[in-house]
Design a protein around this ligand. Structure first.
Ligand SMILES: Nc1ncnc2c1ncn2[C@@H]1O[C@H](COP(=O)(O)OP(=O)(O)OC[C@H]2O[C@@H]([n+]3cccc(C(=O)O)c3)[C@H](O)[C@@H]2O)[C@@H](O)[C@H]1O
Ligand SMILES: Nc1ncnc2c1ncn2[C@@H]1O[C@H](COP(=O)(O)OP(=O)(O)OP(=O)(O)O)[C@@H](O)[C@H]1O
Ligand SMILES: NC(=O)CC[C@H](N)C(=O)O
Length: 799
């Protein structure tokens, strides 16, 4: 008796509208599945045309070329004697659907349209597709003539049905249908469907990989049966990185999976399943059987095929496995690196150019490129011919075989320190050491000549020369002098990106990499059209806190010791003159009037918790009650919303970056907001003020707890690396564990309430004093405390 079936799921790196490439990868997956003994192959959502065709789904050409591709697949001898389904768009009676198309031996069996669209996050499916809502119902789909000519078949059932082979029954839900509150696998399983197949296009966000796996596991635990989940992997032409992690679950346990991050274009994952295990599991759940006995019947499309063989008694069923998830640090090291690789090889460019300041952000971008190089070397060493072909093409070197990540990095990445009179020796040295340890081709230039040239032009026309604050200039002059430096760096970056390969005797140009993180974008703490305006940005979706954690991880993992001092250095733009003793004048947190950890908290509340100013105040008044009075919380919330409103226009020109964080403010796809706000938020702030009037008189500081700053959280796990300058009020020993950083938890370091009373803090995370400003140490100086009302940020916005 045949009872065991071997089934294959596929993880494919498709590319929107690359019909040749997509066809080749689908055929390769079918071939590999067959060679490994599978009788059934499935694949990801919209694999034929690529998921991210977007408005191309309104073009009839996309449907035509999808049918042409499908015909090639169906006619291929590779597909003989195998049940296959693919994901593609199909137009039926002038309505576009996102479908799975199943066929066997050149005969189409079923077109199953998606029944729940996904419109969350970066998804906009209902802009292009319509959900099929006729449950348990099919219509005849009249096949295109080119299909009919080759198959002799004129119509195929289109709708909500399942496929019955001689030995089992297969049903489909497509991606979001698994997430939907009315998941189809429930009804299908009650109707006797044993294999639930899901083709997906699910993308990566940090700390989210477990969600799909949990859903699959739970689906098959509750309903019994096998769940076959195929996902896309990689960048198919958009900001997202599809997450891989295809998996097969059986009766509540994962038995096979593919990797989350890899350069491999095609990964086929197999499992051998004993169908009797499904039947035994289901029949033993008595309450399920009662419901199943009265469940509606699905239309069944019969297929004259046995997926099992009669001689399968000696076949071993695939055992359950333990899923090990990547840490967020690993996700940053691998996800954006793989996305960069796809982007680079598909863009036809020759590598990357990165303005490297020696700070955390640009160092993170550089380290991610190095991580990409490691992945390339690893893939080539494991025989990936496609990666070898691609890297040779990028480097225009047909004989090259990469065997060392640093050496490869030297060919692919040009880093550039763009110094000025305001740059400190330390940042210059850190940039050069980092380049040396990562292997990049490093150059140092001075921007002073160009800055002076621009100022002379201005002076020639107006007769005036702006001055820095320290030289007696006003806030406007001070800021303009900084922005000239930032912008000239951007112009220089593009010149060098265009010409460095010419200098190095290679064809082509370099992609300019940006390094603005998600938090500074949210706050608008960047100069519009400076180095934040790059071609692409690997870290634009990642928070400063996570970037520090990532560098800490990379320091040991990739043996890059200089990352230690980069993490410990105070974040600074170095756009204002240094002090007389050569020490820093400005630091980011001081400039912004908020700490990076506060910024993360605002970001999450604004986007994930959908808080306007009033709701954010209400939440934070409770969270921060131990440290701050309602009035102080109100001032902070208002300051954030003012900065956010004034700077939102910068999000309209944000460099495209890989999406990685669900509180991203990316205006282009993810976070749809106006960019011209009434920045005084008068109605909203009045609501806060009214609340403060009620609360302030009854407020008594209820605890002496202080929240730790992001740096405390990062460094606290290793007391030996923490060198902090603190006021006598603070006790540096009581930092909270690293794990609470990402959650924005209230930590447990002590602080004198008296400090709050006498000198209200800009941040509850405040841990120093103005007296510490500029006080330099080899370790990390905590200098982000200001006295409320006395400090203005560099735009002149009063804090
Ligand atoms: N609503 C609106 N819609 C469209 N555009 C608007 C606008 N409001 C102002 N603008 C325009 O925006 C421009 C002002 O923005 P922008 O030029 O960016 O200048 P701005 O935002 O005034 O200043 C740059 C900010 O970036 C900070 N920063 C921090 C760290 C590093 C760096 C760095 O550069 O390395 C900079 C710096 O402290 C300062 O707060 C002006 O041209 C103004 O006309
Ligand atoms: N001295 C410099 N040399 C080269 N690039 C620089 C320099 N200063 C700034 N940049 C570039 O401009 C970008 C924005 O500058 P900014 O001072 O805002 O840095 P940041 O976003 O805090 O990043 P980082 O942590 O890398 O300094 C940097 O990420 C970097 O790419
Ligand atoms: N393509 C889809 O339907 C995506 C569905 C789902 N919400 C996800 O994030 O994976």
């Amino acid at each position: 008796m045949g009872r065991k079936i071997t089934v294959a799921i596929s993880t494919l790196n498709q590319w929107a509208l690359d019909f040749e490439g997509n066809l080749a990868r689908i055929l390769q997956s079918i071939l590999e599945a067959k060679d490994m003994g599978a009788s059934y192959r499935t694949g990801p959502e919209l694999e034929v045309c690529g998921y991210s065709c977007e408005d191309h789904f309104r073009e009839p050409d996309t449907y035509l070329h999808s049918w042409e591709t499908l015909l090639e697949i169906m006619m291929s001898p590779i597909c003989e004697n195998m049940l296959v389904d693919v994901g593609m768009p199909v137009m039926h009676r002038n309505v576009a659907y996102n479908c799975r198309v199943a066929f066997y031996n050149r005969q189409l069996l079923l077109i199953r349209p998606k029944m729940a669209m996904c419109d969350d996050g970066n998804y906009r499916e209902s802009r292009w597709f319509t959900a099929w809502t006729k449950s348990l119902y099919t219509e005849d789909y009249v096949l295109p003539r080119m299909i009919a000519q080759h198959t002799g078949q004129d119509t195929v059932p289109f709708g909500d049905a399942v496929i019955a082979t001689k030995d089992t029954c297969i049903g489909y839900e497509i991606c979001e249908e698994l997430w939907n509150v009315r998941s189809k696998h429930i009804e299908m399983s009650l109707s006797g469907v044993e294999l639930i197949v899901n083709g997906s296009g699910s993308y990566m966000e940090l700390r989210k990989a477990h969600i799909t796996t949990d859903l699959i596991r739970n689906a098959s635990f509750k309903a019994g049966g096998a769940y076959l989940f195929s996902n896309l992997r990689g960048c198919d032409g958009q900001r997202v990185y599809f997450n891989g992690c295809s998996a097969i679950a059986l009766n509540g346990e994962i038995i096979a999976r593919s990797r989350q991050f890899a350069l491999q274009d095609v990964e086929v994952t197999l499992a051998t399943i004993d169908l009797e295990e499904i039947r035994a599991y289901r029949v033993s759940q008595r309450s399920r059987c009662t419901v199943a006995a009265s469940a509606p019947t699905y239309p069944r499309i019969h297929c004259d095929f046995e997926m099992s063989t009669h001689s399968d008694i000696f076949k071993t069923s695939t055992p359950p496995l333990q899923w090990v998830y990547h840490t967020p640090e690993e996700e940053i090291a691998l996800g954006p690196a793989c996305w960069l690789w796809d982007y680079l090889r598909r863009s036809g460019q020759g590598g990357f150019f990165l303005p490297l300041s020696g700070g955390v952000d640009s160092s993170s971008s550089a380290t991610i490129v190095h991580s990409m190089c490691r992945l390339i070397v690893h893939a080539v060493q494991h025989g990936d011919a496609q990666v070898l072909h691609d890297i040779r093409k990028i480097l225009a070197d047909t004989d090259y075989t990469p065997d060392n990540a640093a050496a490869l990095c030297n060919r692919l990445l040009v880093t550039c320190f763009m110094g000025s009179v305001n740059s400190s020796k330390e940042t210059r040295r850190r940039a050069s050491q980092l380049a040396n340890q990562l292997g990049s081709y490093h150059i140092e230039i001075s921007i002073d000549l160009a800055v002076n040239a621009l100022l002379s032009i201005f002076n020639t026309v107006t007769g005036l020369t702006p001055r820095f604050r320290t030289q007696g200039g006003c806030a406007r002059q001070n800021l303009a002098l900084q922005n000239i430096q930032s912008r000239i760096r951007m112009v220089l970056a593009y010149i060098f990106a265009q010409l460095m390969l010419w200098v190095r005797n290679r064809p082509g140009g370099l992609l300019v990499l940006g390094s603005a993180n998600v938090d500074e974008s949210l706050r608008g703490y960047l100069t519009k059209y400076d180095c934040s305006s790059a071609d692409i940005n690997p870290i634009g979706g990642i928070s400063k806190t996570d970037l520090r954690r990532f560098l800490n991880y990379a320091k040991d993992k990739y043996n890059v010791p200089v990352l230690g001092s980069i993490i410990e250095a105070p974040p600074t733009a170095e756009l204002e003159p240094l002090q007389e003793d050569g020490q820093l004048m400005q630091t980011d947190e001081q400039d912004m009037g908020m700490t990076y950890s506060e910024l993360s908290e605002y970001g999450r509340l604004r986007k994930q918790a959908f808080c306007g100013p009033y709701s954010m105040f209400c939440k934070l008044v409770a969270t921060w009650k131990g440290d701050l009075s309602p009035k102080e919380v109100a001032d902070k919330v208002k300051h954030f919303f003012r900065c956010y409103a004034i700077n939102r226009h910068k999000m309209t020109v944000l460099t495209p970056s890989v999406h990685a964080e669900s509180y991203s403010p990316d205006d282009n796809r993810f976070d749809h907001r106006p960019f011209l706000y009434r920045a005084n938020w008068s109605w909203q702030f009045k609501a806060i003020d009214d609340e403060v009037d009620k609360l302030q008189p009854i407020y008594t500081p209820s605890s002496s707890h202080m929240r730790p700053s992001s740096e405390d959280l990062l460094l606290s796990h290793d007391a030996t690396t923490t060198t902090t300058h603190r006021s006598s009020h603070l006790d540096s020993k009581h930092s909270s564990p690293l794990s609470s950083a990402s959650l924005g938890d209230v930590g447990v370091s002590t602080a004198a309430v008296g400090l709050v009373d006498t000198a209200p803090l800009i941040g509850p995370a405040a841990s120093g004093s103005l007296g510490a400003l500029g006080k330099k140490s080899s370790g990390y100086s905590k200098v982000h405390v200001n006295v409320l009302g006395k400090i203005k940020d560099r735009t002149g916005i009063p804090v």
